[in-house]
Design a protein around this ligand. Sequence first.
Ligand code: ATR
Length: 282
Amino acid sequence: MKKSRLKILGIIGDPISHSLSPIMHNSALAHLKLPYLYMPFHVVPDKLDEFFKTFKKRNIHGLNVTIPHKQAVIPYMDSLTKQASLIGAVNTIIVKNKKLIGDNTDAQGYLESLAKQSQFDLHGKRVILLGAGGAARAIAIGLNQASEVLILNRTLAKAIDLAQELNFKFKQTHFAAYSLTKNNPQFWKHADLLINTTSMGMKNKKLADLPLKFLSKQALVSDIVYTPLETSLLKQAKKLGLKTHPGWGMLLYQGALSFKKWTGHEAPLEVMKKNLLEALKN
Ligand code: ATR
């Protein structure tokens, strides 16, 4: 396959060298023998404007967007999908008739990974969401099938703002906000799902003292952090006999959804998963 005929896909972020998306997508593209190449683009915030000004010369067919650009790219989009508008951030750009469509596959990717990897149906469930940053926001948008979502955050004001906004947007789910450390064990007793969206536990950072022991034995503990593969939260949950849902699932499924949007082909999930896990283990 001649390189010049390849359509370009990629990911922009700063930093970007650690990203596992190129491995995941290139393995899928090679498996299906599709004429695309997925490249990492290191774009520092100061160069974002220049990147989009020269975008149309670059033969780019689609992009993922990661930290710190998920919100900053919005002014460069010709339109946004409903998911991107609701989340207020873009993780996928689709180029159609030279127009840039800003989309977001994070919420749906998370939900699919929950359903397919852990057979978890959110309908009518009670959820504890740790964190109120960008990742929490993206996931919370997908939780509108749950009956109740308790947002626990170190900075209470951010949790309150997020809960207020979500209560306004989604009438069928009750969102409440509490401080991460000062909250009631009763919440934990009745929760069906605990989701960590904070960077606690990442690269073995110390986990806050969470009252996991109050969770019921049926509860599922989910961590969107995937380095290390088994975070201290998941280890602790396993020790208590609780079911766990690993963070790489969201990465895999959000990627698979973007892949389908760009190429029109169903993503080869097993190939992507194998390559992703191999890269994560190394
Ligand atoms: P992201 O886009 O990954 O969600 P973010 O928007 O910076 O990143 O949000 C980080 C989240 O992790 C926040 O909820 C943050 O809590 P604060 O709002 O109080 O800052 C949470 N967080 C980060 N480090 C934490 C720690 N050591 N303990 C508790 N919460 C932490």
